[in-house]
Design a protein around this ligand. Sequence first.
Ligand SMILES: CC(C)(COP(=O)(O)OP(=O)(O)OC[C@H]1O[C@@H](n2cnc3c(N)ncnc32)[C@H](O)[C@@H]1OP(=O)(O)O)[C@@H](O)C(=O)NCCC(=O)NCCS
Length: 212
Amino acid sequence: MDRLDFDNAPVAGYLPIALVVPWSSWPDGDIGAGWTMILTAPLRETEWDMIRAFVRRTDRDDLRLRFGQWLDFQNDAILRRFFDIDGKIGELVCTLDEAGDISGILHRALTSPCEAEIALIVRSDLKRTGIGRNLLRVAVARAAQQNLKALRATILRENNAMLRLARKVGAVAREPSGFSVEVEFDLRSKTGASPSPNSPQIPGRLGEAAPA
Ligand SMILES: CC(C)(COP(=O)(O)OP(=O)(O)OC[C@H]1O[C@@H](n2cnc3c(N)ncnc32)[C@H](O)[C@@H]1OP(=O)(O)O)[C@@H](O)C(=O)NCCC(=O)NCCS
């Protein structure tokens, strides 16, 4: 499959539900290849259905690498706990394939007014087609636009694919700790130092599931 090209995608403002489009027109009712959907409000049932379909097409080991543990996503309560967002601190950036199905998901949660934690996963049949890189680029551009100072990701030390990808997009690795290593995207050269007035103010941690 060809690489999807999001390089020139404009970054949407901080809206309840925003769409980043890589080309100028928005065909009515049509969501297809190249679209990036940004969800910043609690998910609706149609969006949960899209996430269920994404998980069905994703290998268990890829899900383990994303969440750092084995989880049974056939169990809907578990799926909702681990993919849900609190609209005040969390958001999902989703890329869509030609059919309008989710091809990759990046989860962001603010840990302070200026910093956020991110984690991402690409649908297993579409790995190595540039989706992970595009998700990270959108996340970095969007965070810089919102005047965040840093994005961090906690990555299992065994996860060479993600470590290489993070380095390629400009992250610096911190000291490893146990089975994981934290990487940081320093956005200070891209933004001012103070938080955007649009940035939600409630701190949280991405590794923790949303309250059941
Ligand atoms: C890690 C992951 C997100 C990468 O996404 P992806 O869309 O496959 O990656 P891309 O196609 O954008 O690759 C970009 C670069 O990352 C690196 N990379 C990606 N997959 C790699 C692999 N399997 N082995 C080595 N390097 C890899 C390469 O440098 C690659 O550049 P190249 O193709 O020019 O060599 C994806 O493999 C995944 O979802 N893994 C399971 C979940 C996970 O590990 N999440 C991370 C938790 S923070």
